[in-house]
Design a binder for this molecule. Structure first.
Ligand SMILES: C[S@@+](CC[C@H](N)C(=O)[O-])C[C@H]1O[C@@H](n2cnc3c(N)ncnc32)[C@H](O)[C@@H]1O
Length: 336
């Protein structure tokens, strides 16, 4: 397998991820980020009230004959991922209500151990145009270790806290859909229907890997995982079966550095207008500062990599600090 330093930025393994992973040695991968087909089962065109067509996912790769065909596919790729993960490696998989419950059950059956489910709350979701259901405003990411007994997985607790205004990072992340300059385009149109926001990947990768570690993405699409992993010095192993996507992903990764500011601008959990970390990230927007800040954050993330026990101790400290500060603020408002 390529060493990080010898990796060409446009080298994507093209083909079916199950077959390609089966041909790899066991255990080189530190983290899998998987954004699989959701099996959306869309029957008809989605229309807005003005009768315009919504650009939904109509691709063949999202079509399965039945739930059981989808389950078989899910079991096959999850099994293949588990084989290539290191014993202390971890899996992140994203999905919506259409598929995440099936994926979650299958990965538990295979022996993965769920650490968290992270809710990606969309700050700019698409409305429910017919008004027949709630606005579908979130997706779910499952974070799981390869094995139940594995305690030495990576969790960069302090780095996450630093990204969240010194509060313990929670499992609900408010992040906008990928729009504007970040969206990869081909011929003026979206190059990929389900491109994920870089900020989402950035948090997952910074939380669960150290620099130089290997992130495998079996459903690479427009290359979000590679574009993000490159900035804080992680390596990535991309697999994608559609040739057009591979081309778009290669171009994007070569251009990855200039979009660093967008990748890093994750809103603080409390959604305050400015937090110290956001102030730093906003300064990154100045062209002179641009190339170094992402890498610097990555390095500080390594320095801050904690064992799970240390993280628990820090969590306890942080909880009692916030209890103290809540008591202080209750006392001062009572006095006022
Ligand atoms: C949900 S999209 C991933 C989007 C990606 N995360 C991004 O941000 O652009 C799923 C991708 O998996 C690819 N795919 C589907 N089945 C596959 C398979 N069996 N092996 C490899 N790639 C596959 C599709 O072509 C599609 O690009």
């Amino acid at each position: 397998m390529d060493k990080p330093s010898s990796r060409r930025l446009d080298r994507v393994l093209v083909g079916d991820c199950v077959a390609l992973m089966a041909g790899m040695p066991e255990g080189p991968v530190d983290m899998v980020f998987a954004d699989p087909p959701y099996n959306l089962q869309l029957q008809n065109d989605l229309k807005r009230p003005d009768d315009s067509r919504v650009d939904a996912v109509a691709d063949d790769w999202d079509k399965f004959a039945s739930f059981s065909a989808y389950d078989d596919f899910t079991r096959a790729w999850l099994y293949a991922c588990r084989r290539v993960l290191k014993p202390n490696g971890a899996l992140w998989v994203i999905g919506s209500y259409h598929n995440i419950y099936r994926v979650g059950a299958i990965l538990q059956d295979l022996g993965f151990w769920i650490l968290n489910d992270v809710v990606w709350r969309k700050s700019n979701p698409m409305p429910n145009f017919r008004g027949t259901r709630f606005t579908n405003a979130h997706e779910t990411m499952i974070w799981a270790t390869r094995d139940r007994k594995q305690k030495s997985y990576t969790f960069n607790y302090e780095a996450m806290k630093a990204m969240n205004d010194e509060l313990q990072m929670r499992s609900d992340w408010l992040i906008p859909l990928c729009t504007g300059a970040e969206r990869v385009k081909r011929g003026g149109k979206k190059a990929h229907p389900t491109q994920k926001p870089e900020a989402l990947l950035y948090r997952a990768i910074l939380a669960a890997t150290r620099p130089g570690e290997l992130v495998l993405d079996p459903f690479f699409g427009s290359g979000t995982t590679g574009a993000v992993a490159r900035k804080p010095g992680r390596d990535w192993l991309p697999i994608e079966r559609e040739g057009d996507d591979v081309e778009a992903a290669g171009d994007r990764i070569r251009r990855a550095t200039p979009s660093a500011a967008a990748a890093l601008a994750t809103p603080a959990q409390r959604d305050e207008p400015r937090s110290p970390i956001r102030a730093v990230l906003e300064r990154e927007d100045s062209p002179a500062a641009r190339p170094s800040t992402g890498a610097a954050l990555g390095v500080s993330a390594v320095g801050a990599a904690t064992s799970v026990n240390a993280a628990r101790a820090a969590a306890t400290r942080s909880d009692s600090q916030s209890r103290r500060s809540r008591r202080r603020s209750v006392r001062s408002s009572a006095a006022a």
